[in-house]
Design a protein around this ligand. Structure first.
Ligand SMILES: Cc1cc2nc3c(=O)[nH]c(=O)nc-3n(C[C@H](O)[C@H](O)[C@H](O)COP(=O)(O)O)c2cc1C
Length: 407
């Protein structure tokens, strides 16, 4: 693949990771992901972010660099917006090819450069707002945006083209194959990338939502014509679309999220499962979209995206050894880690004798700022009475969600 030109002297070098890989070693990527590096060329040349040293992917990066053409010894500066290894793990090889390049990094990134790669020379630590003149009109300015997504993170802005190299912020899952810019997308592809942005956000960024909002505030007043993230599509027709999407995703932390309900259920022998269709019916009677996931069949990566976006959650799980069915406890632990907060919530589930799931549910959801309605728990098989209560409680939950979203 060739490098993709953004404008005179500025190129994207996207490298695709395939869908069989797990991102961060745990997140399924049904549509893969791209890792985008950028070249900015004035009289001097800067490389912004790097490729992961995995599955021979650096060979793609090298081919794209050669297509510009830029040789390794022509790279004067390596700007590292973010030290996570998906953007840096090929650094030792790059240094062998060009030992003379100068790093442009934040103070915290300099510490990580040493601990991850033993690099402590040729480092220029940038001040927040500092600029680097590359010549031929190209000027890079650096903005510290800590904790989107690691503490050392910064963004880089190229003044002449008004391009913001935003690293993980404004990124999405999904490979870049034959389209690279938002103006090349069909409506379907546009929706696809916004959905991939939501799933990426829920998996990778959601815990840092407060910092996302701070980062977006920090960019206030900056004339941004292009958002060039380190994952996914480049937004040059309407950069506000992805900025506003990220601001909206971040706002779900405090709620309300969207007027939708996510139902997540698990069942060993079908007693809990038998309530699901009545639950769904109750939500639909209130006219709200409802998304249904079975645990553990569905990976928590997909569930997180739906739960993050929904103002209402309904969770079904039976009792297992005096606690809840364990795969559901794992989902709830992930909800805690990823800050799935401020939701309207209903729980349902079958037990055999004394129960125990509800007790653990109460414990695991402490601190999530969830607003519960009366749970539905019964012994053994559900009766018509439980089916009726399921419809009624799901309807009540949906009503609460609507009121929450209108408030
Ligand atoms: C391995 C196992 C452990 C269980 N432990 C408990 C328990 O500690 N307390 C309880 O009240 N019921 C317990 N039960 C009974 C289930 O909660 C009960 O069968 C329930 O109806 C299962 O719901 P399901 O059909 O949706 O899986 C256990 C069942 C199994 C299979």
């Amino acid at each position: 693949m060739n490098a993709v030109q953004l404008t005179e002297g500025i190129y994207c070098l996207p490298v695709n990771l395939e869908s069989y890989q797990l991102f961060e070693g745990m997140w399924p990527m049904p549509n893969g992901i791209s890792i985008n590096s950028y070249i900015v060329r004035g009289e001097k040349t800067a490389l912004i972010d790097l490729v992961e040293d995995v599955n021979n992917k650096p060979a793609d990066f090298e081919a794209e660099l050669a297509s510009i053409p830029v040789t390794f010894d022509e790279i004067d500066y390596l700007v590292i917006n973010h030290m996570e290894p998906d953007h840096t793990s090929w650094l030792p090889t790059l240094l062998q090819k060009n030992p003379d390049l100068t790093f442009y990094v934040t103070t915290k990134a300099a510490d990580l450069l040493k601990s991850f790669y033993g690099v402590s020379e040729n480092i220029h630590i940038v001040e927040d707002g500092e600029s680097l003149e590359l010549g031929a009109g190209k000027v890079l300015t650096f903005f510290e945006t800590p904790n989107i997504h690691w503490p050392e993170t910064m963004m880089t802005y190229e003044q002449s083209s008004k391009t913001l190299f935003s690293c993980d912020a404004f990124g999405s899952y999904g490979t870049l194959d034959d389209v690279y810019f938002d103006d090349q997308l069909s409506t379907r592809q546009h929706d696809f990338f916004l959905n991939e942005a939501l799933r990426y956000y829920a998996n990778i960024v959601s815990s840092f939502s407060t910092f996302v909002l701070k980062g977006i505030d920090r960019l206030e007043g900056l004339d941004i014509q292009t958002i060039a993230p380190s994952h996914g599509i480049i937004w040059r027709e309407n950069p506000q679309a992805i900025i506003e999407s990220y601001a909206r995703f971040a706002s779900y932390l405090k709620g309300p999220a969207e007027p939708e309900v996510t139902v997540i259920w698990s069942s060993m022998y079908g007693n809990t499962e038998r309530l699901v269709k009545h639950i769904v019916q109750g939500v639909r009677m209130e006219g709200l979209p409802v998304h249904v996931y079975q645990v553990p069949d569905e990976h928590v990566g997909a569930i997180l995206a739906s739960a993050w976006k929904s103002a209402g959650l309904i969770l079904g799980m039976p009792t297992y050894e005096y606690e809840m069915f364990p795969p559901m406890a794992w989902v709830l632990d992930m909800f805690r880690r990823k800050k799935i907060w401020n939701k309207k919530v209903l729980r349902f589930g079958s037990a055999g004798w004394v129960g125990g799931a509800q007790r653990e549910f109460t414990k695991l959801t402490e601190g999530l700022k969830w607003d519960f309605i009366e749970p539905i728990e019964w012994k053994g098989a559900p009766t018509q009475g439980e089916f009726d209560v399921a419809v009624k409680q799901a309807q009540l939950l949906a009503k609460n969600v609507k009121a929450f979203c209108q408030a």
